[in-house]
Design a binder for this molecule. Structure first.
Ligand code: SF4
Length: 469
């Protein structure tokens, strides 16, 4: 330990020399989903722990780090674009190094090397916390070849330790990652290739992290994993989310616990009963269905059909009549005919879900689905996407309208000059993906809960006035 510390100080002194007596200032740009946000927060803490200073302004940074996303083609393009744009600070500005990290480095480091040659190092997801070492050795010592791809080393997927985090979300909410990786093999998805199979964190470790989050002022915990509802199965041989929820709601200061990224078959009766029994667990669940036609679902290598998904919705609603359900669909999957798509529309009409997101199918070269016959032309995918989203916008409008005249609890987050109102979220709104509640009233402040009466709505948002606090 002392030896390690001595070596670290020695190499930090060399770095001090290179940066005229101070350690470099770093910026971390985080792309992609909330799971990546948590990784970026660990990365920030690791940099601080090693004495680096941080900035949120790329112009001020000596080292620019981009935690990339590589889920689908659009995310890959965005990651490359951000890297390319930031590389100008290396060319014309103060930055000495540009480092790519995360999913795209695990999935396709060769793309980064080819399209953004200014990138100095590429850290896959399992090497993220090696960032201080990489910065120290950047004078030519780290090459792409030394950064192995995770998929070449699948058995070596690390069990993620509970590391320190520097929170980047507003102080009143935080994501809490339960597991890394995924045990499913959906034919369109590269995640298991990037992040490996599911590796759950120990329950006590998650609980300890949640207690720390509460102690620094977090009021809403947002549980994330690739398949949050499968939490614990790899580690304990059974689904442990219900037990975890029962522990998390005991933590003083935690007011809301929200579940993102469920899977239809692991939303069990036990989980539903537990959610219904615990008032701090918000009446909200995000369960991506991806499709409902059995032929398309089998081709996707996913279970279920329209009937079983409708039954799941019914089970959720009969236990929690006010539950908000979000799902995601993929349109234009290979082999999707007009009849398959019509069945999806019929399901959407019948299910009347609060929130629906959709993607047009993106053929990712490493996946089986990219090689399937019956690829759907882009214009058909887009046309189906528009039809689906238009239908859902009527449904969302109707669902929002049902809240007019009701009193709900809102977590206030900011003031909008443009709307002349406070902006908050109800239990129905996860940050960044769902709508907002605009609240008129005096004396509010970000981070506090308020009771409001809903006076108006559109398909995304609610408009309300303060009733009491
Ligand atoms: S369950 Fe989700 S993350 Fe896992 S393989 Fe399927 S789509 Fe990918």
């Amino acid at each position: 330990m002392i030896e390690k510390e001595r070596k670290r100080n020695a190499s930090n002194s060399a770095l001090h020399g290179a940066f005229h007596g101070r350690l470099p200032k770093c910026i971390v740009v985080s792309l992609g989903c909330p799971k990546n946000t948590v990784d970026s927060e660990r990365l920030l803490a690791e940099l601080l722990r090693h004495g680096y200073s941080l900035t949120t302004n790329a112009e001020d940074a000596d080292v620019i780090i981009v935690n990339t996303c590589g889920f689908i083609k659009a995310a890959v393009e965005e990651s490359l674009d951000v890297l390319r744009r930031l590389s100008r600070y290396k060319r014309n500005g103060r930055a000495r190094s540009l480092i790519a990290a995360g999913c795209l480095c695990s999935r396709a480091p060769e793309l980064i090397k080819r399209f953004v040659p200014q990138v100095d190092a590429c850290l896959p997801v399992d090497k993220l916390l090696e960032i201080p070492r990489v910065i120290r050795s950047l004078n030519g010592a780290v090459t792409y070849d030394k950064c192995s791809k995770l998929r070449d080393d699948k058995d070596g997927v690390r069990k993620e330790p509970f590391g320190a985090r520097l929170l980047s979300t507003p102080s009143w909410y935080s994501y809490l990652k339960l597991a890394e990786g995924c045990d499913r093999s959906c034919s369109f998805c590269v995640i298991p290739m990037i992040r490996g199979s599911q590796s759950s964190r120990k329950l006590e470790e998650i609980e300890a992290e949640a207690m720390w989050l509460a102690s620094v002022g977090v009021k809403e915990l947002i549980l994330v994993a690739q398949e949050t509802t499968r939490y614990g199965f790899d580690l304990y041989g059974k689904l442990m989310l219900p037990k975890l929820l029962r522990q998390l709601v005991k933590i003083e200061g935690i007011h809301w616990v929200r579940i993102l990224y469920g899977f239809p078959t692991t939303v069990t009766d036990e989980l539903i009963e537990t959610m219904a029994a615990l008032v701090k667990v918000v009446r909200y669940i995000d369960v991506p269905f991806q499709h409902v036609h059995p032929e398309i679902l089998r081709a996707m290598r996913r279970p279920g059909d329209a009937e079983s998904y409708l039954r799941l919705i019914e089970r959720l609603r009969s236990a929690m009549p006010d539950i908000a359900i979000r799902t995601t669909f993929i349109v234009g999957f290979p082999g999707e005919s007009e009849a398959h798509f019509e069945m999806l529309l019929e399901f959407v009409r019948e299910a009347k879900l609060d929130r629906v997101g959709a993607f047009t199918f993106s053929p990712e070269p490493e996946t089986d689905a990219a090689k399937f016959d019956g690829q759907v032309p882009d214009e058909v995918k887009l046309e189906r996407y528009k039809r689906l989203m238009e239908l859902q916008s009527y449904i969302s409008f109707e669902r929002n309208r049902q809240f007019i005249g009701k009193e709900i609890e809102v977590l206030i987050e900011s003031w909008s000059e443009h709307k002349g109102a406070w902006v908050g979220r109800s239990y129905r709104d996860a940050p960044e993906i769902d709508g907002a509640v605009y609240v008129s009233g005096d004396g509010l402040k970000p981070g506090e809960f308020a009771k409001v009466i809903v006076e108006g709505s559109d398909e995304y948002d609610l408009f309300a006035k303060l009733s009491q606090r």
